[in-house]
Design a protein around this ligand. Structure first.
Ligand SMILES: *[C@@H]1O[C@H](CO)[C@@H](O)[C@H](O)[C@H]1NC(C)=O
Ligand SMILES: *[C@@H]1O[C@H](CO)[C@@H](O)[C@H](O)[C@H]1NC(C)=O
Ligand SMILES: *[C@@H]1O[C@H](CO)[C@@H](O)[C@H](O)[C@H]1NC(C)=O
Length: 213
């Protein structure tokens, strides 16, 4: 009963948050951040091995104060359209609360409006990054963690300056299989443990009864 209430409460809270902060539309954002990443156009990198260094800064041709609400910059790895086709789990949506273009965060840094020097970060491509064509995008967030600006390494059509990542294969699947086996093992041992505990409990209570009678 208590857990039912918790679920109901969190659902309600979710709804409230959704109405307060409905997703921002990508088309409403201004391109204010200049982003560059180390991969050359068409370069093929290996997940778990190669590095990507990204550099970002506010575009200094924009009117001053445009960054007054910026609190955080998050740099993300994003699927190019060619790697989104026929894959609903990577689908692009104008509503950013539903957009699945940029699923991998590279780095998140507080934005310092008084320091407009460019910032950079070096990232080793995670072993979990799947084989696909990518670009890099940076979002600026306000204090409510809503997107207020962006920048990316490709053009608006996302057709230039794309690079590829070769995912970790072979080893990765054997790792997956072993982790599945391990989880199954833990579940089974949990049941065995409960069974033993229950039997112990029964034995103990029957002993107690004997003592009383
Ligand atoms: C974006 O999607 C969310 C969740 O589906 C919704 O609550 C919100 O109103 C949408 N935002 C806009 C601007 O359409
Ligand atoms: C900065 O913004 C201007 C105007 O939008 C644009 O023409 C220029 O290419 C941008 N600078 C960089 C380095 O992207
Ligand atoms: C500005 O940012 C750069 C990069 O993070 C840092 O090295 C530098 O010390 C900062 N300057 C000031 C005045 O905070």
């Amino acid at each position: 009963m208590a857990s039912y209430k918790v679920v109901a409460a969190s659902f309600l809270l979710c709804c409230l948050v959704q109405t307060c902060y409905g997703g921002v539309l990508f088309s409403s954002l201004e391109r204010t951040i200049d982003v560059t990443a180390s991969p050359k156009e068409g370069q093929v990198l290996s997940a778990g091995v190669d590095k990507i260094s990204v550099t970002w800064a506010l575009n200094n041709t924009l009117p001053s104060g445009i960054d007054s609400t910026y609190k955080t910059i998050k740099v993300k790895l994003c699927y190019a359209p060619v790697s989104q086709r026929d894959r609903p789990w990577r689908k692009m949506e104008n509503n950013l609360s539903r957009d699945k273009t940029c699923q991998q965060k590279i780095v998140s840094k507080p934005y310092d409006a008084s320091n407009k020097t460019s910032q950079s970060f070096e990232w080793i491509i995670g072993r979990d990054i799947p084989t696909a064509t990518y670009f890099v995008r940076a979002y600026a967030y306000d204090q409510n963690d809503m997107e207020v600006g962006y920048g990316q390494t490709t053009n608006d059509k996302k057709s230039t300056n794309l690079f590829e990542i070769n995912g970790v294969t072979g080893k990765h699947t054997s790792l997956d299989i072993s982790s599945v086996c391990f989880s199954a093992f833990s579940v089974v041992s949990l049941f065995v443990f409960f069974y033993i505990e229950k039997r112990k409990g029964k034995a103990a209570s029957s002993v107690e009864q004997k003592v009383i009678t």
